[in-house]
Design a binder for this molecule. Sequence first.
Ligand code: ADP
Ligand code: ASP
Ligand code: MG
Length: 406
Amino acid sequence: MSLVVQKFGGTSVADSDRIRAVADHVARSRRAGDDVVVVVSAMGKTTDELVRLAAEVSFTQPTREVDMLLSAGERITMALLCMALADLEVTAQSFTGSQAGIITDNVHTRAKIIEIRAERLLATLASGGVPVVAGFQGVSTDRNITTLGRGGSDTTAVALAATLHADVCEIYTDVSGVYSADPRIVPEARKLARVSYDEMLEIAATGGRVLSLRSVEFARNHHVPLHVRSSFTWEPGTWVDKEDETMEQAVVTAITHDATEAKVTVAGLPDRPGVAARLFRALADRNVSVDMIVQNASLDGTTAISFTVPGFDLAVSTEVSEALIPELGATGVTSDSNVARVSLVGAGMKTHPGVTALTFETLAKEGINIEMISTSTIRISCVVRADCAETAVRVLHTAFDLANPS
Ligand code: ADP
Ligand code: ASP
Ligand code: MG
């Protein structure tokens, strides 16, 4: 007998038929003898709809109230699923994040879990029941309802799996696993049988939204094996696990893209020590996480620095940079949200020269201009125009022959 955490994303519980199908699956798992803890997302596009409603009634949107509103979506699903389970004679009890003992910090709309007091869930399990937990939410140390950031139900599921020492955390979604690229953009993308935590972290960090970044960090830090699979076909999916000798070390495992990044350029900066330090300290003090940075070669003693930030940080980044123009002696600041970052991820990259060259040649052949580049041992990222991103993903997928097992 195992303890399994099963998380169902928005499309998996989008309507009543889907909720009954999920209830059937949970009932089957119980009959097979497993203990099950369920984590649910809001139905379909409910969270988007709530975000839209908030924007319709308010331009100030106090974040405490935003969290209270958004947490409602998952509450609907958990109650409906418990009712469907009752019809199948499975005893189930729904729990909000707060009732499930998920304690977070006080940062509304992107709270971090700091502790889980799982007594109530354990009591339900001990009595043979199935706890059904609302994903994406918790209660802060100052007793307000918080949410964990978009896609946060994955994090709830993995955090519960770690706390309860579950044997596996199953993430059910609308694709059959983690693919070599988003299968909606590259139809011939290949389903990966296994991916290491490190590769999955890079995939999640660079736009492969099939798992939230925080959930993968949690899984790696607490050694929780993840199984990403489809709630439509229920076939075996992708295992995300510790890297070992049996794992294939493809040179390139996946190609991702992220159109939510934006670029800021500060021009006419004097080329002397301390200028970059001043700029990036000011950005850090406003909690902006800068991703890529490029500094041009100095011309007549002046230079330009471009950097990318998450789209939602663009306004504050531009404001901070503009405020520094007089102090730094810069000539101007431009911002550009029409960019996207395309990334290649692969653990085998570190031992294979030539990946960068083939990447650049492939994009050049397609006439796609590379505006910024950054590399790590297992990733190459290029910033390109946003409207070129999907083409870039497709041509790179073909160039590295990712549709065929290596
Ligand atoms: P859920 O609502 O179940 O959490 P998400 O929409 O958050 O689902 O994530 C699943 C989606 O992730 C898929 O529909 C797919 O379009 C997208 N995706 C992006 N990159 C990948 C990838 N490399 N492999 C699989 N899916 C991916
Ligand atoms: N419902 C939330 C969202 O849409 C959380 C989640 O689905 O993971 O972001
Ligand atoms: Mg998701």
